[in-house]
Design a protein around this ligand. Sequence first.
Ligand SMILES: NC(=O)C1=CN([C@@H]2O[C@H](COP(=O)(O)OP(=O)(O)OC[C@H]3O[C@@H](n4cnc5c(N)ncnc54)[C@H](O)[C@@H]3O)[C@@H](O)[C@H]2O)C=CC1
Ligand SMILES: O=C(O)[C@H]1O[C@H](OP(=O)(O)OP(=O)(O)OC[C@H]2O[C@@H](n3ccc(=O)[nH]c3=O)[C@H](O)[C@@H]2O)[C@H](O)[C@@H](O)[C@@H]1O
Length: 482
Amino acid sequence: MVKICCIGAGYVGGPTMAVIALKCPSVEVVVVDLNQKRIDAWNSDTLPIYEPGLDDVVKQCRGKNLFFSTKVDESVMEADIVFVSVNTPTKTTGLGAGKAADLTYWESAARMIARVSKSSKIVVEKSTVPVKTAEAIEKILTHNNKSEIQFQILSNPEFLAEGTAIEDLFHPDRVLIGGRETPEGQKAVQALKDVYAQWVPEDKILTTNLWSAELSKLAANAFLAQRISSVNAMSALCEATGANVAQVSYAVGKDSRIGPKFLNGSVGFGGSCFQKDILNLVYICECNGLPEVAEYWKQVIKINDYQKSRFVNRVVASMFNTVSKKKIAILGFAFKKDTGDTRETPAIDVCQGLLGDNADLSIYDPQVTEDQIKMDLTSKKFDWDHPLHLRPMSDTTTLEKVRVVKDAYEAAKDSHGVCILTEWDEFKTLDYQKIYEGMQKPAFIFDGRNVVDANKLREIGFIVYSIGKPLDAWLNDMPAVA
Ligand SMILES: NC(=O)C1=CN([C@@H]2O[C@H](COP(=O)(O)OP(=O)(O)OC[C@H]3O[C@@H](n4cnc5c(N)ncnc54)[C@H](O)[C@@H]3O)[C@@H](O)[C@H]2O)C=CC1
Ligand SMILES: O=C(O)[C@H]1O[C@H](OP(=O)(O)OP(=O)(O)OC[C@H]2O[C@@H](n3ccc(=O)[nH]c3=O)[C@H](O)[C@@H]2O)[C@H](O)[C@@H](O)[C@@H]1O
């Protein structure tokens, strides 16, 4: 029986390994983590992450060929294939701070693998890492293990998106495996290919050299984020000209060379990876003497930051240039629908911007807890991407002006404005008449995700702002600084 161990029981390690266990009943999969609470949750009825379909997959194989454990050394020692799916955050201090990937967790995992291994192993990079990381890992492994055993490093980046992780893992567009172009390297590639081939069609399993696989992951995220920044840049121009970003996206995406996906204008992209991976790409370009290329990708982040501050400015400007002591309802805090994940969510920047103008916020999200929201609003940039037990404690007591409530109606009651920051389906079907009646007048809706029918809301009496859509007369008369 092939034994797989995955270090890191997070958003990637958990679902990926659960699907491997489900699809490969003859493989034993152990997912390990240093975080006892997280492992306990994986072994309970309330999994540590919310992901549609995940409960079902875990229930089918947990205790049979899928195990979650904190016995890191023991599980790694027994494994034939070790996936490493630990955090690779942006460095906050030292060389490359604010851009470079912090490989502390990866390095300590590699040193541990070297220390405990008594048999040859395939070590798989599942985390997103800078190109050439495999070379560094190889050195750590070979210099820290004195026996005759061999380590083969593979790069097998993950392309799942949160909210659709299980579907993405069941039917991936492609699985990418990079390895050394030596006979041993190719043998290792084949061993991993055999695992995926149990459910992924062979023509979707791509094999490349190590560096192409590592770089393809950074490139894919950069391309995806670039599409969003491109459409968001257009959304500003749409508002200035009377064009409608949804119509422009549809028309542009109809070109089969461009395609329709990832062209939704929004308050900005969030999530744990787009910004981190682009910053990392920028740093790699700078280190390789390519400042023009670095500058090109940096612009994707700049537009994203611009989009978030543009939204805040629009809210404040529309309400007579101040939201001081005004109650503003925030609907949605997760970085996208169908996840409780808030890492780099645009809601953090928008809320902080409104708090900066002294607003009182009433926040509702169907999946995000009060503790999480308060931690996010008081944490320093990039601190979120460290394992929980190593994260600095934030001072949530400073948040007197934030209330987290149980539903959208409570959030909106007596508010001056409602900001929709996540595209949860339930926000499409709220009783907006009831919401309007309970609000201060004039009543504003700022739709950062283009989920509501603006015309219907205008009929009710709302002043509506929808990203990238023709502006209400009111908004035209209250221009916002960009
Ligand atoms: N979240 C996502 O949708 C995607 C993430 N990725 C990449 O996958 C990697 C992991 O991301 P997530 O799963 O989202 O992170 P996460 O923070 O949810 O999980 C990482 C886990 O690794 C554990 N860990 C850290 N160091 C450890 C060590 N030495 N030994 C044992 N456990 C350790 C942490 O306690 C944590 O539970 C990152 O490199 C990320 O860029 C790639 C594709 C998608
Ligand atoms: O490396 C990663 O972590 C993953 O990053 C993204 O996945 P994820 O961040 O989970 O979610 P996306 O669906 O890509 O959404 C990212 C952000 O962009 C926003 N978005 C997305 C699409 C769009 O058209 N407009 C838009 O604003 C979303 O609301 C969200 O805030 C990629 O889609 C995955 O392929 C990749 O594996």
